[in-house]
Design a protein around this ligand. Structure first.
Ligand code: AMP
Length: 186
C-alpha cells in the first residue's frame, strides 16, 4: 500500500505520517528526514543537499529519486510506504511511477492535507527547525506553490487524490485521513 501524504510545508505531514505508520503498520519515508540525517552524518548526499535544504530550495530531482528508489527497494518497505515530502515536482512524480511500476506496485492514495497559509506560517515559526526562519519559510511556500501544487491536478486526473482539512487537533486530522482510506487499511 503506497500512500502519499501531500501538502505544503507545515501542514503536518510528518506528524500524521508517524501516527499512521503505527496505525496502518506501514513504514514512513520522509525525504526531508533522509536529507537532515545525511547532512548530520556528512555523507556525500548530505554534503550535496545541505545548501538546498538550508535555503529552502528543492534538492535536484535525480538525487531525490535515487534516495527513494534505494529506500523502496529495502525489504522493510515491502508492505508499502507512507511517503512524506515526496514527490514534490512533476519529474519526481514520473520517477516515482517508474520506480513503482518496476516493483509491480502503484500509488493507492494521495492524501492532500489542506491548511491555509497564515496557519502554516504560525505553525512553522513555532516548530523552529533550522530552515524555519521567516524568510526561508516564505520561500518554501513559494516553491511549493510553483513546483509542487501543480501535482494535485496530475494526481486528480489519475483518480487517486483525496483532500482533507488539516486544521484542528492532531487526532481529528488522523481520523479524517483514516476515513478517506479504504476500510481495509484503517
Ligand atoms: P521537509 O522536511 O519535507 O520539509 O523537507 C525539508 C527540505 O528537504 C526541503 O525544503 C528540501 O530542501 C529538501 N527536500 C525534502 N524532500 C524533497 C523533495 N522531494 N525534493 C526536493 N527537495 C526535498
Amino acid at each position: 500500500m503506497i500512500i502519499v501524504l501531500f501538502g505544503a510545508p507545515g501542514v503536518g505531514k510528518g506528524t500524521q505520517a508517524a501516527i499512521l505508520a503505527e496505525r496502518l503498520n506501514i513504514p514512513h519515508l520522509s525525504t526531508g528526514d533522509a536529507f537532515r540525517q545525511a547532512i548530520k552524518s556528512e555523507t556525500p548526499v548530505g554534503l550535496l543537499a545541505k545548501r538546498y535544504v538550508d535555503a529552502g530550495e528543492l534538492v535536484p530531482d535525480t538525487v531525490v529519486a535515487q534516495i527513494v528508489e534505494e529506500a523502496l527497494s529495502q525489504p522493510r518497505f515491502l508492505p508499502g510506504a507512507l511517503l512524506d515530502g515526496f514527490p514534490r515536482t512533476r519529474p519526481q512524480a514520473d520517477a516515482l511511477s517508474e520506480i513503482l511500476s518496476k516493483q509491480n506496485r502503484d500509488i493507492h492514495s494521495v492524501v492532500n492535507i489542506q491548511v491555509d497559509n497564515s496557519a502554516i506560517i504560525e505553525r512553522l515559526l513555532l516548530r523552529g527547525r533550522a530552515d524555519d526562519s521567516h524568510e526561508v519559510i516564505q520561500h518554501r511556500l513559494d516553491v511549493y506553490q510553483a513546483e509542487t501544487q501543480p501535482l494535485l491536478d496530475y494526481y486528480a486526473s489519475k483518480g487517486v487524490l483525496v483532500s482533507i482539512d488539516g486544521k484542528g487537533a492532531v487526532a481529528d486530522v488522523t481520523q479524517r485521513i483514516l476515513s478517506v482510506l479504504p476500510t481495509a487499511t484503517a
